[in-house]
Design a protein around this ligand. Structure first.
Ligand SMILES: Cc1cc2nc3c(=O)[nH]c(=O)nc-3n(C[C@H](O)[C@H](O)[C@H](O)COP(=O)(O)OP(=O)(O)OC[C@H]3O[C@@H](n4cnc5c(N)ncnc54)[C@H](O)[C@@H]3O)c2cc1C
Length: 445
C-alpha cells in the first residue's frame, strides 16, 4: 500500500466531513467498547479502509501505520521484520487508533508504559475536516498530549508513527505462585527492576496469586499451543515453566478472551472440538455479545427469573503502594475472579497526558476484571461499579473509560482534567460536532 493511497483516503474522509452537518460517529468492522450508544441523527464516517501498515523501518525501529489497522495486522507486519510495537494489547481486533485514543496495556508496559507513550506523531482528522499532524514538539503538541483517553471526541487518528523493538523467535515464561498479597506486590516491584522483558499476573483468589515473568529467547526446548484445545490461563496454575513462539506469546490471551470465554460456554472439550481454532477468539466472542445485547436474550432470562446481576467490566490503574488495599477491597466487596494484574512504568517525566493522569514516577498496577456480579439484594443500577469508582479515586488511581462509568459530571471533570479538556475542545472542535468525553463515556450519547 503506497503513501499516495493514504493521501487519497485522507482527502476523501476530509471531504466527507466538510460536507456533512450532522453529528459524526466512526464506522468500522470491529470494536472493543463495552458500552452501547444510540445512533439516531448521526452520520457515520466509514474509516474501515484506513487499515494498512505503511512502513516498518527496522533501522530506526519505527512503524508508520494507519489508525484503524488492527494490532493483529500490525504485529504480523512487524514480526515479518523481526520486531514488534513496544506494547501490543492482547486482543487481535484492537486497533492502534483505538488503543491510543482509548487506553491499552500489556505485559511490556512495566518498561514501555501504555501504547500512546511510544507514539511519536499522529495525523488527526478534526471535526471540521481539517487534518493536522501533531508531534510532542510542534504547534499541535497540546493535541498530541490530549488525544490519549479522548475516545474520538477531539478528532480521529488517521495515521501514526510508533516505536518498535527487536524480537527473538521465542518467549520463555516462568509462573511464580504467592499466597500473600503484600509479598506478591513486593515481588512485582522487584521484578520491574530486573532484566525480564514481560511481567503480568493472574490472581485466582487472595491466597493464589501468580506472577508471570517472561523473556525473549533464541531457542526453546519445546513450544506449547493454546490456540485450540488447551487454555493458557489454566496452564498458569498447572506448570511453573513454559515456552511459546513470540507470535503465540503476543496473542496468548486472545483465544479465551483472557478467561471470559467461559460466559460463552466454550471452555469444554466438545465445544472446542466443534468450534475449532478459527472461531475461538475475541472477535467471535464480541460478535456473540453484541448480538445478545441487541436481541436482549440474557436480559429477558434474568427478568424472567427475577435476577439482577450487574456487569463489572473494567480496568483500573492504582499506585503500587496502594495496590494491596485495592485488591483486599476488591476481594471482599466485589468478588470477581480471576483478576488480571499488569504493572505500568517507564513514564517519561517530561510528557504529561492530561486526560489520563498517572501521577508520580512510581509503578502503577493495572487490575482488569470482566464479569457479572450477582446482585441478590437488588441494589441500585451500577452499585458495584460505583463502589469501584469511589475506591479508585480514594487511592489516587485512574479508571479506563471503555466500559460503563457512573461519575457525576463535576467529579468526572475533576478526575480527567476538565479545564485542559475544554481548552482543547474549544480550539479543535469549537462547534461541538463531536460529543464531549462526559457525554460519550458516561451519558452514552
Ligand atoms: C473486555 C475488555 C478487555 C480489554 N482488555 C484490554 C487489554 O487487555 N489490553 C488493552 O490494551 N486494552 C484492553 N481493552 C481496552 C481497549 O484497548 C480499548 O477499549 C480500545 O479503545 C479499543 O480499541 P478499538 O480499536 O477496538 O476501538 P473501538 O472499540 O472501536 O473504539 C473505542 C473508542 O475509541 C474511539 N476510536 C477508535 N478509533 C479511533 C481513532 N482512530 N481515532 C480516534 N478515536 C478512535 C472510538 O470512537 C471509541 O470511542 C479491553 C476492553 C475490553 C472491553
Amino acid at each position: 500500500m503506497t503513501h499516495s493511497t493514504y493521501q487519497q483516503k485522507k482527502q476523501d474522509l476530509s471531504t466527507q466531513l466538510r460536507h456533512s452537518t450532522k453529528a459524526v460517529r466512526l464506522e468500522k468492522a470491529t470494536s472493543n467498547l463495552f458500552r452501547t450508544r444510540g445512533t439516531a441523527g448521526v452520520s457515520k464516517l466509514d474509516v474501515g479502509c484506513l487499515n494498512q501498515v505503511l512502513a516498518v523501518d527496522t533501522e530506526n525501529q519505527v512503524v508508520e501505520v494507519e489508525g484503524m489497522a488492527t494490532y493483529e495486522r500490525l504485529a504480523d507486519a512487524c514480526l515479518q521484520q523481526h520486531c514488534m510495537p513496544l506494547v501490543v494489547p492482547q486482543l487481535k481486533s484492537i486497533t492502534i487508533g483505538g488503543a491510543v485514543s482509548g487506553i491499552g496495556i500489556e505485559s511490556s508496559s512495566f518498561r514501555h508504559g501504555l501504547p500512546h507513550e511510544s507514539v511519536s506523531s499522529m495525523d488527526i482528522l478534526l471535526a471540521d475536516g481539517e487534518v493536522v499532524t501533531c508531534t510532542p514538539e510542534n504547534e499541535y503538541s497540546d493535541l498530541f498530549f490530549g488525544i490519549p483517553n479522548s475516545y474520538g471526541t477531539l478528532g480521529y487518528i488517521l495515521k501514526l508513527s510508533a516505536r518498535t523493538m527487536p524480537v527473538k523467535p521465542f518467549v520463555e515464561l516462568r509462573h511464580f505462585r504467592y499466597t500473600d498479597i503484600d509479598d506478591y506486590f513486593y515481588a512485582v516491584n522487584e521484578a520491574s527492576k530486573s532484566d525480564v522483558d514481560f511481567i503480568d499476573g493472574s490472581i485466582f483468589n487472595e491466597r493464589e496469586l501468580y506472577l508471570t515473568l517472561a523473556r525473549f529467547t533464541d531457542t526453546a526446548p519445546y513450544t506449547s499451543d493454546y490456540t485450540w484445545l488447551k487454555m493458557f490461563f489454566r496452564s498458569i496454575r498447572e506448570r511453573s515453566e513454559d515456552y511459546l513462539s513470540v507470535h503465540d506469546y503476543i496473542w496468548r490471551w486472545d483465544t479465551d478472551w483472557f478467561w471470559c470465554s467461559k460466559n460463552l460456554y466454550v471452555q469444554n472439550l466438545p465445544m472446542r472440538l466443534i468450534l475449532g481454532r478459527r472461531l475461538l477468539n475475541s472477535i467471535s466472542y464480541q460478535k456473540v455479545m453484541r448480538w445478545n445485547n441487541r436481541v436482549g436474550l440474557t436480559a429477558f432470562i434474568n427478568n424472567l427469573l427475577d435476577r439482577h446481576p450487574e456487569g463489572v467490566v473494567q480496568d483500573v490503574d492504582i499506585p503500587i503502594e496502594k495496590a494491596p488495599d485495592f485488591l483486599r477491597f476488591f476481594v471482599e466487596e466485589i468478588g470477581i475472579r480471576p483478576v488480571w494484574m499488569c504493572p505500568i512504568g517507564g513514564h517519561d517525566p517530561t510528557r504529561r497526558y492530561p486526560l489520563y493522569p498517572l501521577h508520580g514516577d512510581g509503578l502503577f498496577i493495572n487490575f482488569g476484571f470482566w464479569d457479572i456480579v450477582p446482585n441478590p439484594d437488588k441494589h441500585e443500577s451500577g452499585y458495584f461499579n460505583r463502589k469501584i469508582e469511589a475506591k479508585v479515586s480514594q487511592l489516587g488511581g485512574v479508571k479506563s473509560l471503555y466500559s460503563d462509568a457512573y461519575y457525576d459530571e463535576d467529579k468526572f471533570w475533576q478526575l480527567y482534567d476538565g479545564d485542559q479538556y475544554f481548552e482543547l475542545k474549544q480550539k479543535y472542535d469549537p462547534q461541538g460536532r463531536l460529543k464531549n468525553l462526559y457525554q460519550k463515556c458516561v451519558l452514552k450519547q
